[in-house]
Design a protein around this ligand. Structure first.
Ligand code: GZL
Length: 320
């Protein structure tokens, strides 16, 4: 190779390598986002996880996913791991409201934008860029308003609560109680924690059925559909016809609750959309592009009854 050819070859190599480096530095590499999920405690949570994984893949986002198995300590460990890995952004679905101040400060100090999704935190809102969530109080109000209309305001109720310390359980209960207070003949007779779990809803309902006079009970109010489904199974074990002897109202709008409606065993559910990833990723991309992000991004849901259960079941079980 002549001296001239060597120089041309070297120049060509340097030109291409600099173009590649510029391309690599101009943000063409995919975003890496850490996602600390509560766990897989309910059908809604699993649907939310799957929708998030699918949305990340659709957008070409490198999602580092951690299922914290219902442990706040595991979520905190995951957040610190994301910081160490230098991710571009973090999404946290907090299991409970408190105990986040220190680790969210660490994320903030690392300059990593954080999105809170679904349940809330009590930490300083300046530590995260936005919260994507439904209105839990409204969900509780819708449930109580439906039951009041269904029973003309005369009903003794069993309540199955969600995870203690979660904003979802607290606010759904607050919304339900706020509307129930308008009806002097509506009372929650028994209220127990079912942890948002189907098995726990069944176990707690069995215990109630063994000790309480169910002839005075008119309805079950469960903070999520999974606990309602578990309670429905328990009712049937005791010869009670769910959906008729005892009405049911719950939250999430999972396919199984529409299946129960089709069997005449459930009466109402308030939808909680599992599609919170798109607004979360949009907020991250907007923030990283240097634009403003709203402090709250609402996710809306409505109440469903058996009259639309067939199409809702079909719509929510068909593969996308
Ligand atoms: C509420 C969400 C709740 C669901 C349950 O937004 O956090 O957690 O209603 C889940 O199914 O366990």
């Amino acid at each position: 190779m002549s001296h001239r050819q060597l120089i041309i070859t070297l120049f060509t190599f340097l030109l291409f390598s600099s173009v590649f480096m510029v391309a690599a530095q101009d943000g063409d590499e995919p975003l890496t986002v850490g996602f600390a999920q509560v766990g897989s405690e309910s059908a809604w949570r699993i649907a939310f996880t799957n929708a998030t994984l699918e949305e990340a893949e659709r957008r070409g986002i490198n999602l580092l996913f951690v299922d914290a198995d219902n442990s706040q300590d595991n979520q905190i460990t995951a957040l610190r791991s994301f910081v160490e890995q230098g991710v571009d952004a973090i999404i946290l679905a907090p299991i409970v409201e408190t105990g986040w101040d220190q680790v969210l400060q660490e994320v903030h100090d690392a300059g990593i934008p954080l999105v809170i999704v679904d349940r809330n935190v009590t930490a300083d809102p300046s530590l995260y860029i936005t919260r994507v969530a439904s209105d839990f109080v409204h969900e509780g109000r819708l449930a109580a308003a439906w039951l009041a209309a269904e029973t003309s305001g005369n009903c003794n109720i069993i309540e199955l609560q969600g995870t203690a310390g979660s904003s979802a359980a607290r606010d759904r209960q607050a919304g339900f109680n706020e509307v129930m207070a308008l009806f002097p003949n509506m009372h929650i007779i028994i209220s127990q924690n079912g942890e948002f779990l189907r098995d726990e809803g069944r176990r707690v309902m069995r215990a109630i059925l063994q000790t309480e006079d169910m002839s005075v009970i008119c309805a079950l109010w469960a903070h999520n559909d999974d606990m309602a489904i578990g309670a429905i199974e328990a009712m049937k074990e005791f010869g009670i016809v769910p959906g008729r002897d005892i009405l049911t109202v719950s939250v999430d709008a999972i396919p199984d609750i529409f299946g129960a409606m089709l069997d005449g065993e459930a009466n109402a559910t308030v939808e909680l959309s599992p599609y919170m990833a798109a607004p979360s990723f949009d907020a991250i991309e907007t923030y990283l592009a240097g634009s403003e992000v709203p402090a709250q991004i609402p996710v809306l849901g409505e109440l469903y009854e058996p009259d639309t259960a067939a199409e809702e079941y079909a719509a929510r079980t068909q593969s996308n």
